[in-house]
Design a protein around this ligand. Structure first.
Ligand SMILES: [Mg+2]
Length: 327
């Protein structure tokens, strides 16, 4: 790690106190933070899976989001990308920009990030700390499954479309007010404040799923990435989409469904599998204590058709509406 957080502040001392031993202790980290670069020992013969995401205050999360949640989310979004590949996370590099040398904030940030990193055996092997508008970039490396990674381009006509967990909760918590949901419905609040990346499910789905993606931008947008990459279309029944039950406490059922379809930030997995692997899908989910829902199937052609009560829905602005209905 190296860094600069402003004149008169010993950034190296800040790093030493809060960021130097972040996350899991791994024997394959030969040299961790403190030198010009970290050294890691890759397993022989394994492909590495690498991903990187930056989260900005005011854009990806509110400025006043508690620091432990900022740390948790910054790593969770990267873990979710490796989950979608069926990969096993191992090493992270982090770049943190913060407006001032606020040690209390930094300690809570490190706690949130470190707790999640240890849970998934991720070592933060290095990074830097700079003064600037609050932003966190994390680069996460893991091991691709030996049997081949889950990719976006593997869906075939006839495959069924599945999604884990429930959708729309993260955006419902934002719309309901993070402070209010924290008090009234901590489960819903956590959908935004502490999303749970589906790393174990992704690994269980290797050899079962034909394609996968994590739901970061919204089910419809993310499923469309899979369809485009695979050269197929899909038909989804909105009645089969698992809407977060907590969302109905704050929003109309129509709005909750809109957020489930296009809200984003849920970090569930959307994946496809041949129909004869449905039992294997359910077993994989059950071994991770997760629900999975079969929401549709892949068809010849392109694009995504979503129906409600047999009528087509179309995307209007940020929401899905009945095709041809009003507005
Ligand atoms: Mg992703």
């Amino acid at each position: 790690m190296n860094g600069s957080v402003g004149a008169g502040v010993d950034e190296f001392e800040l790093i030493r106190r809060h960021l130097a031993a972040l996350g899991a202790t791994r024997s394959d980290v030969v040299l961790g933070p403190g030198d010009d670069a970290a050294l890691v020992q890759a397993p022989p013969g394994r492909q590495l899976a690498m991903t990187m995401d930056t989260v900005l205050a005011g854009r990806h999360f509110p400025h006043d989001l508690p620091a432990d949640s900022v740390g948790h989310r910054a790593l969770a979004v990267n873990l979710s990308d490796l989950a979608a590949m069926g990969a096993e996370p191992a090493w992270a590099l982090m770049s943190l920009a913060m407006p001032s040398a606020d040690e209390t904030w930094l300690a809570e940030f490190a706690q949130g990030l470190g707790d999640l990193a240890r849970r998934f055996d991720v070592a933060v092997a290095g990074g830097d700390l700079v003064q600037g508008p609050l932003a966190v970039s994390i680069q996460l490396t893991g091991f691709a499954p030996a049997r081949g990674a889950l990719r976006r381009d593997g869906a075939r006509v006839g495959d069924e479309v599945w999604v884990s967990g429930a959708l729309g909760g993260a955006m419902a918590a934002l719309e309901g007010g993070l402070e209010e949901t924290r008090v009234r419905d901590p489960g819903l609040h956590a959908r935004f404040a502490a999303p749970q990346p589906r790393v174990n499910l992704g690994r269980e789905l290797v050899g079962i799923a034909s394609s996968a993606i994590d739901v970061s931008d919204g089910l419809a947008a993310d499923l469309l990435h899979v369809l485009d990459a695979s050269g197929v279309g899909a038909a989804v029944r909105s009645e089969d989409v698992p809407v977060d039950p907590g969302a109905s406490g704050y929003l109309s059922s129509a709005r909750a469904l809109e957020l489930a379809l296009s809200g984003g930030d849920d970090y569930e997995l959307c994946f496809t599998a041949p129909p004869d692997r449905a039992d294997a899908v359910r077993e994989a989910a059950s071994s991770c204590d997760l629900q999975v829902s079969r929401i549709g199937y892949c068809v010849a052609g392109t694009g995504l058709s979503i129906t409600a009560g047999g009528r087509s829905l179309v995307l209007k602005g940020k929401g899905w509406n009945h095709f041809g209905a009003g507005q």
